[in-house]
Design a protein around this ligand. Structure first.
Ligand SMILES: [Zn+2]
Length: 452
């Protein structure tokens, strides 16, 4: 891409430097994927004023006073949305022992790097489904304040589950290091606990709630798929979350846990490994989204074969669950279950998120459906359709580009060359742009209404 000639160096910087966006910009796209209509358009110009798109017009246009960004030969897509990330940690052969050596700050500092590489991969929005110590809420606030570059984060804070379950961080420790966590830490054992936990999350500044109604692969307990929450507990979480306009995402591998979560009213099932026909039928009836995270299954399947990478019990679970998720995703798509794109980033290295597109297509999804899963569908799951998911007038100016037609070659999604978020260019010609941190760090941790 080129910045049009005739501009001063300073003006060019306005078009390219992250965090210094000019007000009027015209992005001339070689092609543009209309994710709402499901159509690939030819040359199209996207006109942006500040943080939002004001116009999408056919051909190469240059409105008076606009800074032009020329993306000839590139296909523009809406900023991608990963519905399942964990931006505050990352897989490592020392991951389990690091927990005993690292402080919160060690994780927090690394999270700024994970956020940056996620944005550079074209993911301008993520749903962060679980952290420790609410670090992803602080990460979100720092990104929103312009202190560091990163995707727009909708954070679930700490995950909610039962004692000894997938959300219990002291599973597998020796007895004197185990903790008896309660609702304040996201551990619940009754409907009353569920209300307390959700209200605490609201107080902590979470945007949504993540629950763990089934066992999981990477915790040090026996089962990856047993049911770990009652329907009453799940219903209480959902009712409490709805009081605070929060959605609920449910990690669930086992069929019974999926059934309970769907009946309990959650918005999405994550992983869904052993999803059966009854579960799929229920999900269609309830309008529940499925977020497969195929890449996470493949990655842990591979690492389970590396001696010592995981503790033995984890390796056994990874070897059993990992190879199954892609098949489940294919069956669910065929059955007509709504699918949103999500990857479980952290279980594999951050920045490789877009590999999921290829795995979704391998599973039987058409490339367009896979891209819609990361745009229109993911925006619907977030209940942010007004702002995200397509390149349309009125929405946030979140735009990425790939060098060619991704409907013909889905692997182009791993070659994002241009990234704009809220009108600010973070990547251009496949290169990260200089980021200038905001000096204004006065943003409150969350919106607080001090009025009546
Ligand atoms: Zn996860």
């Amino acid at each position: 891409m080129r910045i049009h000639t005739g501009m001063t160096i300073a003006a060019a910087c306005f078009a390219t430097c992250a965090s210094a966006a000019p007000s009027l910009v015209a992005v001339q796209c070689g092609q543009l994927l209309d994710t709402q209509a499901g159509k690939l358009l030819g040359e199209t110009t996207v006109v942006i004023d500040g943080k939002r798109i004001t116009q999408v017009v056919a051909g190469r246009q240059a409105p008076a006073g606009a800074t032009v960004i020329d993306l000839a030969g590139q296909t523009c897509l809406p900023g991608l949305i990963d519905s399942h990330t964990h931006l505050t940690s990352q897989t490592s052969p020392t991951g389990y022992s690091d927990q005993f050596r690292w402080n919160i700050a060690d994780y927090a500092i690394r999270s700024t790097n994970y956020a940056r590489v996620t944005l550079m991969a074209g993911f301008t929005t993520v749903r962060n489904l679980g952290d420790r110590d609410n670090t992803s809420i602080s990460l979100r606030n720092a990104i929103n304040a312009g202190v560091i570059p990163g995707p727009r984060i909708f954070s679930a804070g700490k995950a909610v589950g039962s004692t000894g379950g997938h959300a219990d961080d002291s599973d597998g420790y020796r007895a004197d290091l185990m903790a008896d966590y309660g609702p304040k830490d996201g551990i619940i054992n009754s409907a009353a606990d569920a209300w307390k936990a959700v209200r605490q999350h609201y107080k902590d500044g979470a945007d949504l709630i993540k629950i763990m109604p089934s066992g999981g692969v990477l915790d040090e307990s026996k089962s990856a798929d047993n049911a770990q929450m009652t329907i009453e507990e799940i219903k209480a979480v959902v009712a409490a979350a709805h009081d605070y306009e929060m959605t609920v995402a449910a990690h669930a591998h086992g069929a019974e846990a999926i059934r309970r979560a769907v009946i309990g009213g959650v918005d999405s099932i994550e992983h869904g490994t052993y999803m059966n026909e009854e579960d799929m039928k229920l999900m269609k009836e309830h309008g529940t989204f499925y977020v497969p995270t195929i890449i996470a299954g493949k990655y842990v399947e591979g690492k389970a074969k590396v001696p010592g990478y995981f503790p033995p019990q984890v390796a056994a679970k990874a070897a059993a669950i990992g190879p199954l998720i892609q098949g489940t995703a294919g069956r669910a798509y065929k059955a007509g279950v709504k699918i949103a794109f999500g990857t479980d980033a952290a279980v594999y290295p951050h920045g490789d998120n877009a590999k999921e597109f290829g795995y979704m297509v391998e599973a039987g999804m058409p490339p367009l459906a896979a891209i819609q899963a990361a745009t229109t569908q993911a925006a619907a799951l977030l209940k942010q359709e007004k702002d995200l998911g397509s390149i349309s007038a009125g929405k946030f100016a979140d735009l990425v580009a790939v060098p060619g037609n991704p409907l013909a070659d889905i692997n182009l999604m791993t070659k994002v060359s241009f990234v704009m978020k809220e009108g600010v260019v973070y990547k251009q010609d496949s290169k990260a742009q200089a980021f200038v941190a905001s000096a204004d760090e006065g943003i409150a941790p969350r919106d607080v209404d001090y009025g009546l």
